[in-house]
Write a protein that binds this ligand. Structure first.
Ligand SMILES: CC(C)(COP(=O)(O)OP(=O)(O)OC[C@H]1O[C@@H](n2cnc3c(N)ncnc32)[C@H](O)[C@@H]1OP(=O)(O)O)[C@@H](O)C(=O)NCCC(=O)NCCS
Length: 183
């Protein structure tokens, strides 16, 4: 959330710094968005070129409104290298709900880093944005993502959402996961 002073809500965790995107994050983000294997369950196709990823960096860096969407660069806390992204989008403040997304450079998988980043974003959404219902829309074959949200306390509440995504000329039918914040 951009606070009243207009500052970006940087979040520190044990191993990570979640911060605003900067132009120097192009290579780090491209290791994610340019990886066909990582992007196979995403709702758009992988970026073919660094130029395409740079366009995303510019868009994501500007997303400072707390209202509908916000993206954080997930950076290694020691080096500040961008190794991934977490974001929320489709926020409806009136209904206290939003949807989350996340991606991590494959070289950094299997260390609980995205669990750490996503938990920190989730806490921010619950504590600072007063979100009650948080959703994640996940392809049924995306086992690492399903494991991740399950560890965070999400439950599968429905699906498949038939032909919900149209990506690269094909339809995909993901499942709906949700987390209800305890109050
Ligand atoms: C989804 C994604 C971020 C998961 O990455 P990940 O590294 O497996 O996620 P986590 O941070 O939760 O790490 C969990 C793994 O680290 C292991 N781990 C090692 N050290 C750990 C620690 N200190 N703490 C927690 N877990 C640790 C866990 O055992 C687990 O391994 P397992 O899956 O073999 O059981 C990754 O697969 C990805 O970027 N996918 C592509 C993008 C995508 O599909 N996004 C979701 C769209 S819906």
């Amino acid at each position: 959330m951009a606070d009243q002073a207009g500052t970006f809500p940087t979040i520190l965790t044990e191993r990570l710094r979640l911060r605003q995107f900067e132009s120097r994050d192009d290579i780090g983000l491209h290791a994610c968005l340019g990886d066909d294997k990582l992007m196979r369950y995403w709702d758009f196709t992988a970026c073919d070129s660094i130029q395409e990823t740079r366009r995303w960096v510019r868009i994501l860096a500007k997303t400072t409104s707390p209202y509908e969407a916000l993206a954080w660069a997930v950076a290694d806390r020691k080096t500040d290298e961008c190794i991934g992204m977490v974001n929320y989008h489709h926020r409806e403040a009136r209904n206290h709900r939003l949807e989350i997304g996340y991606i991590l450079n494959a070289e950094w998988h299997g260390r609980g880093l995205m669990g750490e980043a996503a938990q920190a974003m989730l806490s921010h959404c619950v504590d600072n944005l007063r979100a009650r219902r948080i959703t994640a829309i996940i392809h049924p074959d995306n086992t690492p993502s399903i494991k991740l949200v399950t560890r965070l306390g999400f439950e599968c509440e429905g699906g498949p959402l038939r032909d919900y995504w149209h990506v690269g000329g094909k339809y995909m039918s993901p499942m709906l996961y949700s987390f209800i914040a305890p109050r």
